[in-house]
Design a protein around this ligand. Structure first.
Ligand code: GLU
Length: 325
């Protein structure tokens, strides 16, 4: 559907799209599932430096849709941490938990185009009967042509096609994926009534006018789904750059589950220097002590996205258990 119609539809929600004419609008979109750890600080830093080095805007969006996974106080904690590391965002923070009406409108639009359909399959049925794909089971399409007579809808899915979705990632290079073979029709609205990440992220990136996405390579395999969804909704596709995910010595992504420690607020200069090194930069030793403003100036001047290692994962030192915030 054309932008015009979508904007008219959204206007009554007073959440109109914000199509600023800036040629670069980047963002950091944390999920408040815990405090900021080294891995999420890397993602924040890479997106921030890329935006600032390109004279762009940088927005923060709190991806707090999944209430069951949210940790109380984490959203505020993340924002406070970003602030104390010297990040400065442009515009007000957007909270996904306040945008259900927008996601519902977009879902209705996809339903009216016969692109989205209700599905009655349980997770268990799918897990038992489906082939394993790039990100869990590939939905076998049982409800594609209508729900069985005695079944109620549980989820809403997007109909995908056999075409290859291709894109050029600024770090990882050329990527391609055949959604029908590697993912299958994917969920837009979950059985618990929550909107799926894929729909919300596409909606918000488009409505916030995001032109450049820099984020962890754990989301590389989701990108073709997002590009396909953008195409169905008539949205532009941003430029993508997927940076290596920070892992511990066991190769596990730093996260709450792998007991990643919150980043230290003391010695923020030294911590940021480690982040810069992770991103392929070579900060001089004295940079850690010159103050945050000068440190960010140095990093913005020296930012070269082509220096980021072209890996999906990269080991970092496990922060010591004794590190205090
Ligand atoms: N909220 C997601 C996360 O914290 C990131 C989404 C994105 O950058 O697209 O993993």
């Amino acid at each position: 559907m054309a932008w015009y119609i979508l904007r008219v539809r959204l206007s009554h929600l007073n959440m109109n799209s914000d199509l600023t004419s800036s040629p670069y609008i980047g963002r950091f979109a944390p999920s408040p599932t815990g405090p900021l750890h080294f891995g999420s600080l890397v993602a924040a830093t890479a997106s921030y430096l890329d935006a600032r080095a390109n004279q762009g805007l940088w927005l923060v969006r709190m991806e707090d849709l999944d209430k069951p996974r949210e940790v109380a106080g984490a959203a505020q904690d993340i924002l406070d941490t970003l602030r104390s590391f010297g990040f400065q965002w442009d515009k007000e923070i957007v909270y996904q938990s306040q945008r259900n009406e927008i996601y519902q409108q977009l879902l209705m639009q996809l339903i009216s185009q016969d692109l989205a359909y209700p599905c009655a399959c349980t997770r268990k049925t799918i897990q038992t009967l489906a082939r394993v794909g790039i990100d869990g089971p590939v939905y076998p399409g049982f409800c594609r042509d209508g729900l069985p007579a005695d079944k109620r809808p549980r989820t809403w899915r997007l109909r995908v096609i056999d075409n290859n979705v291709e894109f050029e990632d600024r770090v990882q290079g050329r990527q391609s994926q055949i959604l029908s073979q590697q993912v299958g029709d994917f969920v837009l609205k979950r059985a618990d009534g929550l909107f799926a990440y894929q729909l919300a992220v596409v909606a918000d990136d488009a409505l916030q006018g995001i032109t450049h996405i820099v984020r962890g390579a754990d989301l590389l395999d989701s990108t073709p789904r997002q590009i396909y969804l953008q195409q169905q909704l008539g949205f532009n596709t941003p430029e993508y750059a997927h940076i290596p995910v920070a892992t511990n010595l066991h190769g596990e992504k730093l996260s709450k589950q792998t007991r990643a420690q919150p980043v230290k607020l003391r010695d923020s200069g030294a911590v940021l220097c480690r982040v810069f090194q992770f991103l392929g930069m070579q900060p001089p030793a004295e940079l850690a002590h010159i103050g945050l403003d000068a440190l960010w100036d140095w990093a913005i001047t020296h930012w070269q996205i082509q220096h980021i290692p072209k890996k999906r994962r990269q080991i970092t030192l496990i922060p010591s258990e004794n590190d205090q915030r």
